[in-house]
Every structure is written in C-alpha cells, then in structure tokens.
Design a protein around this ligand. Structure first.
Ligand SMILES: [Zn+2]
Length: 113
C-alpha cells in the first residue's frame, strides 16, 4: 500500500531528526501533499497512526497541507497548474504536461517537545 510506505518513510525521517536534534516527542507533524500524488489523506492518516506506534511520533497529530500541481509542456514550453496527471497543455493542447511538482509528499516541519 502506497500510503503505508510513505508513512513508514516519514517516520524513519522523523526518528533520524529526533536523534540528531535530541527531541523525545513529536506533537504535530506537518506534511505537504501534492495534488498529483494519488495519496488519499484519510488513508495517509490511518497509515501514519499505525506506522508511528512505538516511535517518538506516536500519537502525534498529522496536519496535511495540500500543494497544487504544476507541469511543463514539452511541446511548447508552457508551464501550467495541474489537477490530474493527465492534464493536457492549456496553451497548445497537444501533449500531457510533464509534472514539475505536486507529485510528492514531504515533511514541512514538526512541533516537538
Ligand atoms: Zn503546450
């Protein structure tokens, strides 16, 4: 399951940060979730809650910030916002846009104690 591997990866990053920066508990995890990532926020919350058990982020609140997608047309060079990975170039309409951003999930910051 896509969401579970993302959540496990996020927990690994958080645990690394906890060792490096010497914090014991994480209260809030803020992640940016791209509109083109195909991740269900509710499935991600569920996966995060399960992946965080026994880690310093157990019980932390997950705040999901939506990030718009942006793409580039390789035919005419236009850049445009994207809502799905199948969006065609709005200028020339010839080709689907190549995704520049919005396909990933990343941790923006943590509230720790
Ligand atoms: Zn184009």
């Amino acid at each position: 399951m896509h969401e579970l591997s993302l959540a496990e990866n996020a927990i690994a990053i958080i645990e690394d940060a906890a060792r490096r920066e010497c914090f014991a508990r994480v209260r809030i995890v803020r992640v940016e979730l791209g509109a083109l990532s195909c991740v269900e926020p509710e499935a991600l919350r569920f996966a995060f809650a399960s992946a965080s058990l026994g880690s310093c982020a157990e019980g932390a609140r997950l705040e999901i910030l939506a990030v718009a997608g942006e793409g580039l047309c390789e035919a005419c060079g236009a850049r445009a916002p994207m809502e799905t990975v199948y969006d065609l170039c709005p200028r020339c309409g010839i080709r689907p846009l190549k995704v520049l951003c919005g396909a990933e999930m990343r941790i923006r910051d943590l509230d720790v104690e």
